[in-house]
Ligand binder design. Structure first.
Ligand code: NI
Length: 187
């Protein structure tokens, strides 16, 4: 089932999400719905707060990028109760976008390497390190479950420059192929 994606300005995106247990109701179906919603919007990552759930879960699938770089092939993962245990290396600038902020792309500074501990969809524990774009995606999605959006990480001047676009998102004035839900709940 394809779910509406909550837009910038919706309070659901600002909550610090809570951990879940293996008996979380209909977890398998939820994960399937999140992948379907993400694919429908041509995204490569989606976090539970973006569909209005304040739980520590996000999905990533980098397969769409595999056409240009086979390195990304088969990277389809579910992260439950993740913890970024370490962030190391150089600070790298890279352009990011987000399904909750359609039409906005900004350069964001992040550490290039992470160590992440998480449970997968079968509640099997993993302790892994990632760098480059893999780390970037996980850091972006992890921010979502902390109630942080990538535009929180841009300079005051940049934020001022995109203020009009942000206000349009708050008001639900957006031209979007996929189903969204704005802060006023009217979309
Ligand atoms: Ni995002």
């Amino acid at each position: 089932m394809i779910l509406p994606i909550y837009l910038y300005g919706h309070p659901a995106l600002r909550k610090k999400a809570g951990e879940i247990t293996p008996d979380y109701p209909d977890l398998k179906e939820l994960v399937e719905n999140m992948f379907a919603t993400m694919y429908n919007a041509d995204g490569i990552g989606l976090a539970a707060p973006q569909i209005g759930l304040d739980i520590r879960l996000f999905v990533v699938d980098l397969e769409p990028l595999a056409e240009d770089n086979p390195l990304y092939s088969g990277f389809k993962k579910v992260f439950i109760n993740p913890v970024i245990a370490e962030e190391t290396g150089e600070t790298v600038k890279m352009e990011e976008g987000c399904l909750s902020l359609p039409g906005i792309n900004e350069n964001i500074d992040r550490k290039e390497k992470i160590r992440v501990q998480y449970f997968d969809e079968n509640f099997i524990f993993h302790d892994e390190t990632y760098d480059a774009f893999f780390a970037r995606c996980i850091q972006h999605e992890y921010d979502h479950i902390e109630g942080i959006l990538f535009v929180d990480r841009i300079s005051g001047i940049r934020k001022q420059l995109i203020k009009g676009k942000l206000n349009n998102l708050i008001k639900g004035r957006v031209n979007c192929r996929y189903k969204v839900r704005a802060s006023d709940g009217k979309n």
